[in-house]
Structures are given as C-alpha cells and as structure tokens.
Design a protein around this ligand. Structure first.
Ligand code: KG4
Ligand code: ZN
Length: 305
C-alpha cells in the first residue's frame, strides 16, 4: 500500500511543484530549452511519475530529454556550489538508499568507478531505523543529530564494522550497529532503567561518522588523490561535516561538501547534471527512455533500456 500512497502523493504534487519552481526561478515554460529527469534509481512509482511528467514537458515543448542517475545528481550538487570537480576525486555518497565510495573523473564524460558499497543498510537508513527505535520519528537524520547535541558520543561504545585488517577497505555494513543500539535499548528497558536517548543518539552518530570518514579518507590517500567530496542526505549531518573537516585538514585533503539544503534530495542537482550533459554534447536520451528503479551507477546519464 505504501507505494500506492507514494504514487498518488507524487501525482498530486508534481504539477504544483513544477509551477512553484518556475515561479521561484522567474522562468516561463517557453524558456525551457532542455529537460533532465531522474530515471533511476528510486521508488518505482515515484520514478514513473517524474519520468512521465518530464516526457510530457519535453514532448509538448519539443525539447531534448536526458535521463539522469539520481546519485550522479547528488555529486553534481557540489559542482553547483563549489564549481567544477578536479580531474579526479573520491566521492562518498551517503543517502537513505545508498552508501558508496566512488572514484570520479569528469562526472558526465568518464565512467564512474565503484570502490565499495554497503553490504546491508545505507547510512541514512541506519539513522532512520535507530530514530524509530528511540521513538524520535522520521526522517531519522535530523532528529538524531538534534538529540545528539545534548549527548555524550563516548557514553556507549557501539561497533565500527568493517574496519579490521583484512576487511574490504571501502565496504560498509550498518545493520550490526543498528542491532547493537536495539539491544542496548532492550536491556535498559528490561532492567526498568531510563533510556538515555541523547547519549545513545550521540554515540550512534559518532560510530557512523567514524567509519564513513576513515574509509573515505583512506580511499583518497590510497588513490594518491587530494580531494574528497561528500554528498547525499547524510552529508547534511553536522558531526560528519566537522569530523571530516578535521581529518582532511590533518591529512592535507581538500574537502568539498555542498550546503545542507543541497545535500538532501532536490531538483537543482538533476538540472545540474542536465546542464553538464548539454555542455558536453551528450546525445539526449529521448522520449523512449524507461524508468530503471534499481539502476547501478556507471555514469551520469542512464542508457535507454
Ligand atoms: O539523499 P536523500 O535526501 O534521499 C535519498 O536519496 O535517499 O537522503 C535521505 C537520508 C535519510 O535517511 C535521512 O535520515 C538522512 O538522509 N539525513 C540525515 C540528515 N539529514 C537527512 N542523516 C544524518 N544527519 C542529518 N542531518
Ligand atoms: Zn537522494
């Protein structure tokens, strides 16, 4: 039922949202010369609604249509803020559905190399699940980080997975951490003790941040690069931003993170990929493009299926 509700909500929202975006930007429909749209990955019904709307716009205005990979959009958000990427960089994508370390060259011309992904939960998903079990609501990231402000990040020593020698260096796993938090809460509740929500939130957040920063800084050094880009909804997290900045300063790495409003999902990041594709002379995807809800990231533009 949830996908049905999501599909209906997208259908209700799509035209008013487009109108609002045009009004805010001071742009008329006739001013649109190209259309870029997320054609994957994402919740299938949501991707279908967005793609159908984009096709209708491109068809009625007779403009080229580009299908964009959602995660490439997250990386492009940083280009919007900080300008072109260097020749090569390491990109850490941390969102509600993905956690990946990528080696990236020219975002739209070069293939994107996956160095590692998560074996189970994404980082944002871990925030959402832990927030639910602490009774903090959804989305988990902002509420956990707010609660964590009052807490001690060393109060609980939650596990840092995949950091031992012999572990895949760029692979993540967050489900054990979530289970450790659940077990801690259960044990306290069974003993009739109060649950120190702020301390648990801060210790959980610190555990996630430690692993994300260690692995991505290691990738930059091992690849002999000097730029780390952190993007996706979890990149809005203040502790992640602060710890990453500290480690990058120590090791002489240039850190780029978009401002929080461009970290979480937004339309500008997809338009930014469209802009790069048009400038690079890429062939439009065309009106025949299909949705690819589980598209793997190989490049910024999604091929016709
Ligand atoms: O990139 P995004 O907006 O959507 C996806 O593509 O998934 O990421 C959403 C995720 C959610 O799991 C949310 O809890 C997390 O980003 N998030 C945060 C923060 N703001 C959003 N996680 C940690 N700290 C935050 N401040
Ligand atoms: Zn996203």
């Amino acid at each position: 039922m949830v996908p049905e509700i999501a599909a209906r909500a997208h259908l209700d929202a799509v035209v008013p949202t487009l109108q609002l975006a045009l009004d805010d930007a001071g742009v008329q429909r006739e001013d649109i010369t190209h259309v870029a749209v997320t054609s994957g990955p994402g919740l299938a019904t949501a991707v279908h609604v967005g793609l159908a709307a984009a096709k209708a716009i491109a068809w009625s205005l007779d403009t080229p249509l580009y299908g964009v990979h959602h995660l490439a959009g997250h990386a492009a958000a940083d280009i919007l803020e900080h300008g072109p990427l260097p020749e090569r960089s390491i990109v850490l994508i941390v969102s509600g559905g993905h956690t990946s370390i990528l080696a990236v060259g020219d975002l739209v011309r070069d293939p994107i190399e996956h160095l590692g992904d998560t074996l189970d939960d994404a980082a944002g998903e871990a925030f959402d699940k832990v927030a639910r079990l602490l009774g903090l609501g959804y989305p988990g990231g902002p509420v956990i980080s707010r609660a964590a402000l009052e807490g001690d990040p060393t109060a609980f020593s939650f596990p840092r997975a995949m950091l031992r020698q012999g572990d895949a260096p760029y692979t993540f796993s967050f489900s054990g951490l979530k289970t450790a938090v659940a077990r801690t809460v259960e044990t306290l509740e069974r003993a009739g003790e109060p649950v120190p929500v702020a301390d648990i939130a801060a210790s959980f957040e610190q555990a996630v941040v430690d692993v994300l920063v260690k692995k991505s800084v290691r990738a930059v050094r091992e690849r002999g690069l000097d730029t780390l880009v952190i993007v996706g909804g979890v990149a809005a997290n203040a502790r992640l931003r602060a710890v990453a900045q500290e480690k990058c300063d120590e090791t002489g790495i240039e850190l780029r993170i978009p401002p929080p409003r461009l970290c979480t999902d937004n339309g500008a990041m997809i338009a930014a990929v469209g802009d790069l594709l048009v400038r690079s002379g890429a062939e439009p995807s065309g009106l025949g493009i299909a949705a690819d809800p589980s598209a793997v990231l190989h490049g910024a533009q999604l091929p016709l299926l």
